[in-house]
Design a binder for this molecule. Structure first.
Ligand code: SF4
Length: 372
C-alpha cells in the first residue's frame, strides 16, 4: 500500500486555495502528535503492512521542524514495513526551505521532492498570493539538488489571470532546464469561494478563455516531449522512469492510506475522507466521511481513472472483470461510446487497449463523465 500524510499548515493563504490548510501554527504541535499516534495505531491495526510509496503533502510539509519530520518519519518506520519502499516524496514550498532542512529530509530517507513553483513571473505569483518569487523558486530547485534530491518535480499553473501562452511555455522550458525529472501542469481551479474568485467576480481581473487555456495545454503537449518529458497522465509529464509512482497508484486504484485533516484513503472498495476541520482532526473529534463502492461503481473507476494515464486501459481485462460481476452490458455500453469517440479522433484503440488521444486529453472532463 501507499501512505499519504497531510500537513495542513502554510505561512500564508494563497488567493486561490481551497485545501484544508491554516496559518494558525499554534495547532501544529498537537496535529503532528496526532499524526504520529494515528500512524502507530493504523500500523498496528493493519499488522505492520508493507508500504512501497510515501507521500508527505499539504499544505506545506516543509514547515515541519527537523524534530517533527524526524518524529513522523521514525513513527512510519516503526509502524509499517518499509522494506519494499521505492519512493518517498515530500512537497515543499519555495521560500520555506534551506539547505540544512533539505539535507536533513534527505538523510531521513525522503528521496523525491515536489516544489510548488506555479509560475516564474513575480506579478503572477503575487496575484496568486504565493509567498515566493521566481528567483526563489529556481533557487529552491537548486538547493534540493545540492541536498541530494535526484528526483525533483515542479508544479506549474495554467489559467492565471494575465498569464500569456508564450510565458507558460517559457516557464516550462526554464524549469526543465534546471534538470527536473517531472512537471505537473495544473489548471487554476476557482470552484470554491476564495479572494481571487472575488476579484474576478468584481471584474478587477479576468480569467483566460477556455480556448486560450486549451491552446496552452496543446502547446505544452507539443513542447514538453521535445524537451524529454513526455506526458504519462493528463496533467503530468516525466522523463522516462521519472513518473510519480505514488500518484500513479491513485490512477491504478491501488490501495492507499491517508492520514491527516482532509486526507482520503482507499482500501479495497472502501473509501473514506478524514475531517477537513484541522482543530477537530487534531483533537480526534472530526467526522469521517465513509463510502463503500458497489461492484458497478468500483468497475467504473477503472476506466474513469485509468484513461487519465497515457497508456490507457486494457479493455479486454475490463470486459472479463465485468463479465465475472454480471456487468457486461454496462461495460459494453461504455465501449460503444468510446468507439464512437474514436471516430472523432478523441479516443485511440490499439488492439484491445483504449486510450485518450492528445485532443481527448484536452476534453477529458466531458469524456470521463460517462463513468461517473
Ligand atoms: S501553499 Fe498550497 S496549500 Fe498552502 S495556501 Fe498556498 S495553495 Fe494552499
Amino acid at each position: 500500500m501507499g501512505l499519504y500524510f497531510h500537513i495542513p499548515f502554510c505561512l500564508d493563504r494563497c488567493t486561490y486555495c481551497s485545501f484544508a490548510t491554516t496559518r494558525d501554527r499554534s495547532l501544529q504541535p498537537h496535529t503532528i502528535r496526532r499524526l504520529i499516534s494515528e500512524t502507530t495505531l493504523w500500523g498496528a491495526a493493519l499488522g505492520r503492512p508493507a508500504v512501497d510509496t510515501l507521500y508527505l503533502g499539504g499544505g506545506t510539509p516543509s514547515l515541519l521542524s527537523p524534530a517533527e519530520l524526524e518524529g513522523l518519519t521514525g513513527a512510519v518506520r516503526e509502524a509499517f514495513d518499509l522494506s519494499p519502499l521505492v519512493e518517498a516524496t515530500l512537497e515543499a514550498n519555495p521560500g520555506t526551505v534551506d539547505l540544512a532542512w533539505l539535507r536533513h529530509a534527505r538523510d531521513l530517507g525522503w528521496d523525491r521532492i515536489s516544489l510548488g513553483v506555479q509560475a516564474l513571473d513575480d506579478t503572477l505569483l503575487a496575484r496568486l498570493g504565493r509567498i515566493h518569487g521566481s528567483a526563489q523558486a529556481l533557487e529552491s530547485l537548486e538547493l534540493a539538488e545540492r541536498a541530494g534530491f535526484r528526483r525533483r518535480s515542479a508544479d506549474l499553473m495554467v489559467g492565471i489571470p494575465g498569464q500569456s501562452l508564450s510565458k507558460v511555455v517559457e516557464d516550462a522550458r526554464a524549469l526543465v532546464a534546471t534538470g527536473i525529472e517531472h512537471l505537473s501542469i495544473y489548471l487554476l481551479d476557482l470552484d470554491k469561494a476564495c479572494p481571487l474568485r472575488a476579484e474576478i467576480d468584481a471584474g478587477r481581473l479576468a480569467l483566460p478563455s477556455e480556448d486560450e487555456v486549451a491552446d496552452v495545454f496543446e502547446a505544452l503537449q507539443e513542447e514538453l516531449p521535445r524537451l524529454g518529458l513526455p506526458p504519462y497522465e493528463i496533467s503530468n509529464y516525466g522523463r522516462p522512469g521519472g513518473e510519480s509512482i505514488h500518484n500513479t497508484r491513485y490512477w491504478e486504484r491501488r490501495p492507499y492510506l491517508g492520514l491527516g485533516p482532509s486526507a482520503a484513503s482507499q482500501l479495497g472498495d472502501f473509501r473514506w475522507t478524514e475531517s477537513g476541520i484541522i482543530s477537530a482532526w487534531a483533537e480526534g473529534r472530526g467526522e469521517v466521511e465513509f463510502q463503500e463502492l458497489d461492484a458497478a461503481e468500483a468497475l467504473a473507476e477503472i476506466p474513469l481513472l485509468g484513461l487519465r494515464l497515457h497508456r490507457g486501459v486494457d479493455w479486454g481485462a475490463l470486459r472479463n472483470q465485468a463479465a465475472g460481476l454480471n456487468l457486461r452490458p454496462l461495460c459494453d455500453g461504455w465501449e460503444s461510446r468510446l468507439r464512437a469517440l474514436a471516430k472523432e479522433g478523441l479516443v485511440l484503440w490499439e488492439g484491445d487497449r483504449a486510450r485518450l488521444s492528445a485532443r481527448g486529453m484536452l476534453m477529458s472532463n466531458g469524456i470521463l463523465q460517462m463513468f461517473v
